[in-house]
Structures are given as C-alpha cells and as structure tokens.
Ligand binder design. Sequence first.
Ligand SMILES: [Zn+2]
Ligand SMILES: [Zn+2]
Length: 265
Amino acid sequence: MKLRLHFVVDPMGWLCISIVFGIWLYNTFFIPKLVLLPHYNEGHIPWVTVVCYYISSALCIAALFRASTADPGRLPVDPHIPHSEREHWELCNKCNLMRPKRSHHCSRCGHCVRRMDHHCPWINNCVGEDNHWLFLQLCFYAQVLSLFTLVLDFCQYYYFQPLTGLDQEKFTTRHELALLRVSALMGVVMFGGMTSLFYTQMTGILSDTTTIEKMAQFSNEVYGSKRSWQWALAEVCGTRWKLLWLIPLRSRQPLQASHHFRTHV
Ligand SMILES: [Zn+2]
Ligand SMILES: [Zn+2]
C-alpha cells in the first residue's frame, strides 16, 4: 500500500481536528478507565466487549488519520488528457489548470479536487473522489464508538453501580460521575450528528450527487443517475469486496478510469 501523506495548512482546521481527536482520546481513555475495565475486573463485562470496544476505537482513529491525510484527488499540474475526453475537461479560472468536469476548486486547500464533495474542517481536508470512502468510514466508526459509549454510560448509571461490591465512595468519585455525564452528553451529540451526516452522505452516493452539487441544485438534470447500492459503494470504495469497504488501511483502486465518460469504454 503506498501511503502518501497530504497535509492542509489551515490553523482553523488544525483546531477543529484537535477537538475531534480530543473527543476520541476521551472515549478511548476515560470510558475504559471509568466503566469498562473496573467492571471487567469485577466480572460484570465479558472480555469480548472490551476487545470490541478497543477495535472500534482503533478503526475510528485509523479512519480519522487516513481521511485527514489522504490525497482527496488533487489534479496534476500537467494532466494527460486523452483526445476523446477533451470535451469533458474544463479550465479552472482560479488555478488556471485543466480539470475534469465535476471537479471543484477548494479555496481552503488552494487547489482543484476531482469530484469534490465538500471541504470538511473537522478532518482538515477536502472530501473528494479519492478519500470519500475514508470519510464514510469515519462517520460509520464514529457512530459505532459513540453508540458503544452511550450504552456503557447507560449501563453504568442503571445497572453496574448497584452490582459493584466495592464502596461507592471509593469506586466512583463525584469527579468521575461528572466525567460520565460529559461523556453521555458527548455521546448523544456525536451519535446524532454522525448518524445524520452518514445518512446524507449515503443518499448523495446512491443518487450520484455531491454535496456541492446538491447545494448548487443543478445536479439532477446533469448527473443524478440511479445506481444499485452495491455498485455505488463499490465505485466510491474502489473495490467490489464488501469486507474491504470497512478497512481503512488499504489503497483505493478506481473501478473506472473516468466514470462518467461512458462513451469511451
Ligand atoms: Zn482550481
Ligand atoms: Zn479543501
């Protein structure tokens, strides 16, 4: 797997991604310390739950790292444009470079991105043709991790505390209870936000419409072709192997060199 890192120089983006990283750190260190490991030691939680929690946390941070450092689909300075595809290319009036239609110029990143969906400050990167699958994975694993955390918080309040044989004062300090409440609130906000984002991303992918095109409201007449969900996701993830759709540590192979130039097949 060739891994070329791509960093966007944007202090506002660094601040946003630090907040996201902080939320992940909180979930990965405080929840196991406050709920998971003490109750595992007391025999209230099976080891499978502990392993699953750490796996979902690891997949979440791997997807965040890859989505924020992967090249979203930056165009080369001197692209090779096959003669038959020339009519599908246009000149960007901001960077003066040729780009395929549906590319957009991102003012935050300072370059054009193939099939750009949007610029996401929370990952400090554009979401484009080459990293859209990683952004989807990040939404998915953030949902899984925040739901897992919410369930553990809920169990801690209503189920585990009465079970513990330890002195309540020693087991859970007031400080830890406050942290748990913060975690529950964060879990609700994250789970709600990620679920709605994942839903809008999936409807966009299934209708072959990017967020920018939806906002511009011209896509339905130009693109917006209906595809089966398997084909749509295979194209975005760059593989037909469904298990690989969930793995962030791999590279994406485009299924079609230029997917809307159907005459050139
Ligand atoms: Zn441009
Ligand atoms: Zn951008």
